[in-house]
Structures are given as structure tokens and as C-alpha cells.
Design a protein around this ligand. Structure first.
Ligand code: ADP
Ligand code: ASP
Ligand code: MG
Length: 418
């Protein structure tokens, strides 16, 4: 069985959905499990709904209507006949969402977040599945929440592999076209959970692992994994073949083309990962598999924007040592702040972090009691794997370099635009 994943960009409008159907016709779909994300920027649009909900804003209803209108236009473009059952099915999902917003009593932001954003994937897979049927391709629509079981850590749930494996082995049918949602799971009480933003690639890997799939293909709007994000770097070139190790490194440092959690389950069972273009499905793309990387390495550029550079120094000139550092890290963990780079000297300690959940102010209040805290917001972290002089010059040109760290294969630079 093969596992395919189609992300938001591939299903952002009716033409995109027609193209997915065309890709499946081209590459075959008989023994396939399809993992699909929310359409286009729907997850962001639902985040706005959640914001208005908690702000008790009068704009809540308008935000919901916006999401509805977007999907409705796609439905009208795909299905001429408004009596097609898909209209009722999608309307029912929106009615469920509105019912939740009207009746929910939980003040837990992360819980509410997961219950609401999940409609993005539930609706996209409903539309896709109906469209495939309409085009004569029989599908099995699976509610991923009956398969991927997680803990109750909303917005960043951890997979319970044992239960998930049992559900998938027992209940996923082979020799058919299965369609399911990326990014979602459910907790022990069957409430919806999510695996972290951009988590649909990971869902594909979870199914592939549990099904012992022959391969995973993630279909993207780029030709494959390139040596830089082509949005920011002209002349980015395709990497035809890379090892799991190199892919994990690239994803870990922030090459967003593959979600970092995707590689580990695949590597464990040596399931190859193909990253291919949904625009040209017959092109080779990138193959990620066991083995040695093809030499020579091209320098690979990875950019993380919107970082926060924090420097802690001791107030009384004492050293920052193991005890302090472990305490500081425990706090980062507690406040869900992700550390992307660490550098320390005798009396100071610098970290470049990502504060996805907006917790830095609360953390700073605690840290400031013990340390002198300096921070610089909105900095950029560049990572160059397999760097050379000219690669380093490219990223440092016209910028203020705030911090730099060099190891054998990797150079990292924190910069501020001037
Ligand atoms: P999806 O639709 O599956 O969510 P994403 O938008 O998350 O797809 O990932 C594809 C995007 O990743 C590309 O449009 C590209 O801008 C970006 N990207 C970042 N780094 C790389 C890289 N090294 N190679 C190719 N694309 C990259
Ligand atoms: N829809 C989710 C997101 O935008 C998951 C994904 O696309 O992978 O984060
Ligand atoms: Mg994405």
C-alpha cells in the first residue's frame, strides 16, 4: 500500500481538487491511503474564529461565514448540481461547528482550538471524497480520530503508538482508495486533538508506519526538497536523493517542506519518502531513503523568521552552570518555548527561541527575578548545512549579525535586518 499526502496548497480551490484527481489517475490509486489537509489557509481562518470567540467579539459570526463562503464557492465550482449530497454533508459540519461555538463551556483555549480547527480537515476530506466518487472513483472516507489516538495535550498531542497501531491494522481496508484527515487525532475521552501546525506530513508517516506501507509521497507545490526555500532564494536547486539523516537535519533546522516529525517513523521501518510536485506528478522529485548522500553536498539554506534572541546573565557575576541551565530549560519546556540555538559563556547564556504560544512575557517575569534578561524580538535565524565562504557571505550581506555558531557541517547565524 502507498500513502499519499496532499497539503493545503494542493487543495486550495476547485482547480486544485480537480488536479488531485488527475494526479491519482496518473499515478494509480487502487491500494492507497490519502491524507489530506484543510483547504488553502483554512486553519488560519479558523484560528481567527477562535480568537473572536475568546474575545467575545461581534465579528465571530462574520469570521465563520467567511470560512463557509470559501468552501461553498469551491463546492459550486466542483458540483453543478446543488442537490448533490455533498452540500448537505458540508452544511452539517458547519452546523456542528456553530453548535460547538454556541454551547461550549470549556474555558481551555487549547481544547477549544483543537475542537474548532479540526473542521478544516473534516470538511476538506468530505469534499474531496465526494468529488472522487462523482468522478467515478470509489473511496473509503475514514475519520482519523478513530485511528490516531493521542494524549490530551491539545495543540501538540503525543501519539499513543500502541492503540494507533491496533486501530490501523484492524480497520484500514487495503486495495481501495482511503481518504482521511491529516493533523488530527483523539484523546482517551475521544475529544479531538491536533498534532501541531503543519502536522499532516506526520499523519502520513504514522499511517505508513502502522500499515508497513511500501512508500509515502508528499505532493507539494515545489519540485521536491531543494537546497533552499525557492520563495526566498533564487537559483534553488533540487536535491534528487538524500538520506533520512540529511532530511531529518534539514527538517529539524526548519526546512518547512517536510514536517520534522515525519522522518523518524519512516526511518525506523526504512519506508522511502518521496517529495514530488503535484503540478508535474511524473517528475522524479526527491527520494529520501536509507543510504549515503550523494557527494558533493550543496550548501543548504534554511531560514527561520520571527525568532526571539534572549540573553541571560547572572546578576551577581556568578557563573551560569548546569544547575541554572537545567532550571532555565525546564522553564522553556513548561512555557512551550522552542529553543533553536544555544550559546553560553561564563556569565551569560544566549538562546534563539520560537515563542509560538506567546508565553515569553510570563516566562520573562520569572526569569527576571534571577537573571538580567536582554532580548531582541523579530530576529532571523539562518542555518547553512555544508556551508562554505560564499554561502556565508550570502546570508550575512546587508544584515547585522547578532550571534554566530559554527560546527563541522553547519553554520548558524542570527541576524537583524538593517
Ligand atoms: P503543504 O501544502 O504540504 O502544507 P508546505 O507549504 O508546508 O506544503 O510546504 C511546501 C513549501 O515549503 C514550498 O512552497 C516552499 O516554499 C517551502 N520550502 C521550505 N524549504 C524548502 C526546501 N528546502 N525545498 C523546497 N521547498 C521548501
Ligand atoms: N491544516 C493544518 C495546518 O495548516 C495541518 C497541515 O496543513 O499540515 O497547520
Ligand atoms: Mg502546510
Amino acid at each position: 500500500m502507498r500513502v499519499f499526502k496532499f497539503g493545503g496548497a494542493s487543495v486550495k480551490d476547485a482547480a486544485g481538487i480537480k488536479n488531485v484527481q488527475h494526479v491519482l489517475q496518473t499515478v494509480g490509486y487502487e491500494d492507497v491511503l490519502l491524507v489530506v489537509s484543510a483547504m488553502g489557509k483554512t486553519t488560519n481562518a479558523l484560528e481567527l474564529v477562535i480568537k473572536h470567540y475568546f474575545d467575545k467579539s461581534a465579528e465571530l459570526n462574520a469570521a465563520v461565514q467567511e470560512v463557509k463562503k470559501y468552501h461553498n464557492q469551491i463546492l459550486l465550482d466542483l458540483f453543478e448540481d446543488e442537490n448533490n449530497a455533498v452540500f448537505t454533508a458540508v452544511n452539517e459540519q458547519f452546523a456542528d461547528l456553530e453548535y460547538f461555538l454556541a454551547h461550549n463551556k470549556s474555558p481551555n483555549y487549547n481544547f477549544v482550538y483543537d475542537q474548532v480547527v479540526s473542521y478544516g480537515e473534516l470538511i476538506s476530506t468530505t469534499i474531496l471524497s465526494h468529488y472522487m466518487n462523482f468522478m467515478g472513483m470509489a473511496t473509503q472516507w475514514l475519520d482519523v480520530r478513530n485511528f490516531v489516538k493521542t494524549d490530551a495535550n491539545y495543540r501538540d498531542a503525543e501519539v499513543d503508538w500502541e492503540l494507533t497501531q491496533a486501530n490501523i491494522s484492524k480497520n484500514v481496508k487495503r486495495k481501495t482508495l482511503n481518504i482521511t484527515q491529516g493533523f488530527l487525532g483523539s484523546d482517551p475521552n475521544n475529544f479531538t486533538t491536533t498534532l501541531g501546525r503543519e502536522g499532516s506530513d506526520y499523519t502520513a508517516a504514522i499511517f505508513a508506519y502502522c500499515l508497513n506501507a511500501e512508500s509515502v509521497t508528499i505532493w507539494k507545490d515545489v519540485p521536491g526538497v531543494m537546497n533552499a526555500d525557492p520563495r526566498y532564494f533564487e537559483n534553488a536547486s533540487l536535491l534528487n536523493q538524500i538520506s533520512y539523516r540529511e532530511a531529518i537535519e534539514l527538517a529539524f533546522y526548519g526546512a518547512t517542506v517536510i514536517h520534522p516529525k515525519t522522518l523518524q517513523p519512516l526511518q525506523k521501518k526504512e519506508i522511502p519518502l518521496y517529495v514530488k510536485s503535484f503540478i508535474n506528478p511524473l517528475l522524479q522529485g526527491t527520494s529520501v531513503s536509507k543510504g549515503v548522500d550523494l557527494e558533493p553536498y550543496l550548501p543548504c539554506f534554511i531560514v527561520k523568521r520571527n525568532q526571539l534572541l534572549i540573553s541571560l546573565s547572572s546578576i551577581d557575576f556568578s557563573f551560569i552552570m548546569e544547575e541554572n541551565i537545567s532550571e532555565i530549560f525546564a522553564l522553556f519546556h513548561q512555557f512551550k518555548i522552542k529553543v533553536n540555538l544555544i550559546q553560553n559563556s561564563a556569565i551569560s547564556f544566549s538562546v534563539c527561541v520560537e515563542d509560538k504560544f506567546d508565553n515569553f512575557n510570563a516566562l520573562n517575569a520569572i526569569l527576571s527575578k534571577k537573571f538580567k534578561v536582554d532580548f531582541e524580538e523579530n530576529v532571523t535565524l539562518y542555518t547553512i548545512r555544508h556551508f562554505n565562504d560564499s554561502a556565508a557571505q550570502t546570508v550575512e550581506a546587508n544584515k547585522t549579525v547578532l550571534l554566530k555558531q559554527v560546527s563541522r557541517e553547519t553554520m548558524q547565524v542570527v541576524t537583524k535586518e538593517v
